[in-house]
Design a protein around this ligand. Structure first.
Ligand SMILES: NC(=O)c1ccc[n+]([C@@H]2O[C@H](COP(=O)([O-])OP(=O)(O)OC[C@H]3O[C@@H](n4cnc5c(N)ncnc54)[C@H](OP(=O)(O)O)[C@@H]3O)[C@@H](O)[C@H]2O)c1
Length: 322
């Protein structure tokens, strides 16, 4: 089969498009014929081996997972002896980032727990755009953010992979949503259901009167103190992503604020799981959430896709068509 191979840490130029042997599913694995895959920030970490701490998991000197690719959508080709939930022909989607990666290839042998049935109303390209970004948004809003219907939510960085799902999922859970985006993404945020939009090139949410019950920092570029000031009493800030300083401040000051006051500043790490993939699938099949795709590349164009993703100003997701 054809696959993208990453045998050393570095830039997208290190990726090779090679012919290798097809994987064979173990007894507890499903062989998926990959139709589409997508790129997330984790792909950049695995590509570059940076931050260095990640090498404790991904390999110290070179990547131990040589076929990258977390998000996957495809058709079940064969199943191992112990597989009961899937059979050949089933259309599936999932996130392999916690189970050995391997989606940037024509076939992937994947554990049953990493995949779920693909939403009926999505193409393979759309389904591949969903798993990590949507599950991240869901867990940050529902679990860390403890969102209740009717609450006011600010999504800072609402137009990229995670942000577009965050707006829709917060709406689906009954929130009044304010999306912070740049000018060209105001219409996109409104089309996803945002009740209010703030164009960060013209206005500063921190200077406005409105405070929020929940602030989701998807690309949180402001100081933690600013986010804290903009929370209502009992409000929660969840730091999904942004600069290193936000992450550092959140980890250092978050526990302190929790002891000293009634506002919560939380760091967050998503955890891929089948149950939440199924929650997301239901939201999609109910018409409450859709996938936004910025650009589709061919598998052989993976280095270009990584470079494009790394520009950080996407409208939705970057997808690889296999
Ligand atoms: N904690 C976790 O478990 C977890 C999981 C997945 C992802 N993440 C993190 O989540 C973040 C977003 O991931 P993603 O895949 O959604 O990335 P992405 O698609 O590249 O996000 C880009 C978006 O961020 C917006 N943006 C960039 N700078 C901004 C700024 N200063 N203010 C407001 N918006 C800004 C861009 O909008 P404009 O073009 O309008 O600027 C663009 O829509 C990353 O930092 C990633 O590391 C964390």
């Amino acid at each position: 089969m054809k696959a993208i191979i990453s045998s050393e840490y570095g830039s997208p130029d290190t990726l090779q498009f090679n012919e290798i042997e097809n994987p064979k599913p173990e007894d507890n694995e499903v062989l998926v014929k990959v139709q589409a895959a997508s790129i997330n920030y984790g792909n950049l970490v695995l590509l570059k081996g940076n931050p260095l701490l990640a090498r404790l998991v991904y390999g110290i000197r070179k990547p131990k997972y040589t076929i990258p690719g977390g998000d996957i959508a495809g058709t079940v080709e064969a199943v191992g002896r112990n597989i009961s939930q899937f059979q050949p022909g089933d259309e599936v989607f999932g996130d392999l980032s916690s189970s050995g990666w391997g989606a940037f290839a024509e076939y992937a042998a994947v554990p049953e727990k990493a995949i779920a049935r693909k939403p009926l109303n999505l193409s393979f390209e759309e389904a591949a755009a969903v798993p990590m970004a949507a599950v991240t948004a869901l867990q940050a809003i529902r679990d860390k953010g403890k969102l209740k219907a009717g609450q006011k939510v600010l999504i800072h960085g609402a137009s990229g992979g995670v942000g577009t799902f965050a707006v829709q999922i917060a709406k689906a859970l009954g929130a009044e949503v304010t999306a912070v985006v740049s000018t060209r993404n105001v219409n996109l945020a409104q089309s996803l259901g945002a009740d209010h939009t703030i164009d960060y090139t013209k206005e500063d949410f921190a200077e406005q009167e409105q405070n929020y019950d929940l602030i989701i920092g998807v690309n949180g570029s402001r100081s933690i103190l600013t986010y804290k000031r903009k929370l209502n009493n009992e409000g929660i800030f969840v730091n999904i992503g942004g600069g290193g300083s936000q992450l550092f401040q959140t980890m250092l000051l978050g526990p302190l604020f929790e002891i000293c006051g009634n506002k919560k500043i939380s760091s967050f790490m998503q955890s891929p799981n089948k149950k939440d993939l199924e929650v997301v699938r239901e939201l999609i099949e109910d018409g409450k959430v859709k996938a936004i795709i910025d650009k589709i590349f061919k598998l052989s164009e993976a280095p270009d896709a990584y470079r494009y993703f790394d520009e950080e100003h996407l409208q939705g997701k970057v997808v690889l068509l296999v």
